[in-house]
Design a protein around this ligand. Structure first.
Ligand SMILES: [Zn+2]
Length: 80
């Protein structure tokens, strides 16, 4: 989504001109955000990505348990 250019001063003191919701600061390599709303959105996105990753990892562990460990315990391999 195009936005009017806005100068944002990073915590390191470098000023970046933003036309998007966020941009990497070329001096310190951290993200600078267009406004607090974009910053919150980015944090939520990061949180959800992490949560999804953990969920996927948990699901894979569950699948592993179901596909490998349970058949071994019951003494027969189950193929999908
Ligand atoms: Zn910076």
């Amino acid at each position: 989504m195009p936005k009017p250019p806005k100068d944002i001063t990073c915590k390191c003191g470098h000023t970046t001109t933003l036309e998007t919701s966020k941009l990497l600061c070329i001096k310190c390599g951290k993200y600078v955000f267009y406004n607090d709303r974009e910053k919150r959105r980015y944090k939520m996105t990061t949180f959800y990505t992490l949560a999804l990753f953990l969920l996927a990892f948990g699901f894979l562990t569950f699948l592993f348990m179901e596909m490998i460990v349970t058949p071994l315990m019951s003494g027969q391999a189950v193929r999908p």
